[in-house]
Design a protein around this ligand. Sequence first.
Ligand SMILES: CCCCCCCCCC/C=C/CC(=O)SCCNC(=O)CCNC(=O)[C@H](O)C(C)(C)COP(=O)(O)OP(=O)(O)OC[C@H]1O[C@@H](n2cnc3c(N)ncnc32)[C@H](O)[C@@H]1OP(=O)(O)O
Length: 285
Amino acid sequence: MQSALINGKKLCCSMLLKNCFRPLSAASGKLTNVEINDKTGVAVLTMNRLPVNGLNLDLLRDLLQSIQEIEKNKCRGLILTSASNTIFSAGLDITEMYKPDQERLKQFWNALQDVWLALYGSAVPTAAAINGHSPAGGCLLASSCEYRVMLPKYTIGLNETQLGIVAPKWFMSTFRNVLPRRIAEQALVQGKMFTSDEALKVGLVDELVASKEEALIKCEKFFASFSKTDPIARYLTKKQLRYNDMKELQDEKVQDVENFVSFVNQPTVQKSLGFYLESLKKKAK
Ligand SMILES: CCCCCCCCCC/C=C/CC(=O)SCCNC(=O)CCNC(=O)[C@H](O)C(C)(C)COP(=O)(O)OP(=O)(O)OC[C@H]1O[C@@H](n2cnc3c(N)ncnc32)[C@H](O)[C@@H]1OP(=O)(O)O
């Protein structure tokens, strides 16, 4: 019965996908794609830097432009997802941090700050359809949304300490906004990657579903739950709740870039990043 119901909705969704989605051309950069469902007003923002949606400067700039366009168009919701079948996002593109060009390194971190501020503070309701692995920066993006739906058998978490990296304060605040403090602290210090089941159990994600289509439907349902809520009151409430986290970064943006640049340039950190990149490449062979 339940699967018949789900199938009914699936059919509905693929019909919607075919008939109602139009691209938001101004927001569709090379590395992201935005489609708006004309019936519901919900925008699907898809990261499309394959194979792993590594967050490099270009993808971050496209993401920011897309989020801003979705806001300008007063969409009813923003669903963040991936064009890959197995990876939501591999997090920050480590090649941006390894033997970096110093000016680009600053722009890179600045772009990440801006994407986080735009997504975490978005006036439009946000949800992530996590259709693949979501380590580190990928987890940051998903956790910045208000609702998360994940597919089974993937992993998600802030694994920075496992890489010898200290996650910045605003990564940690984002996590703490989602998880109970003690669980957040334990996971952050361990650099824990949660399986989909574990993530559901601790509340890092809100629902597990079998397919991306179902994930999109669940995200739409989340937005529909605001149908009787005043949108301005809704946004002001969210803004108040997230205000301190955002203000902290806004006040320290320049210092935060400096901290990042100085951390990344340390010889020991460069060495670790080099080894890590090598290990990823070896694994791929
Ligand atoms: C108090 C001081 C405060 C100072 C503040 C400083 C703070 C610094 C903070 C910096 C924060 C960093 C957060 C991050 O996001 S770091 C990135 C973390 N990401 C990861 O650890 C993920 C690594 N990747 C994987 O685990 C796997 O690749 C995957 C995502 C599970 C996918 O696995 P799959 O088997 O499908 O794919 P492959 O592993 O074969 O990868 C395919 C190719 O992609 C390359 N790759 C993968 N991930 C990255 C990456 N993050 N960056 C760059 N490149 C990546 C991989 O090497 C393969 O490349 P190839 O085809 O050329 O071999």
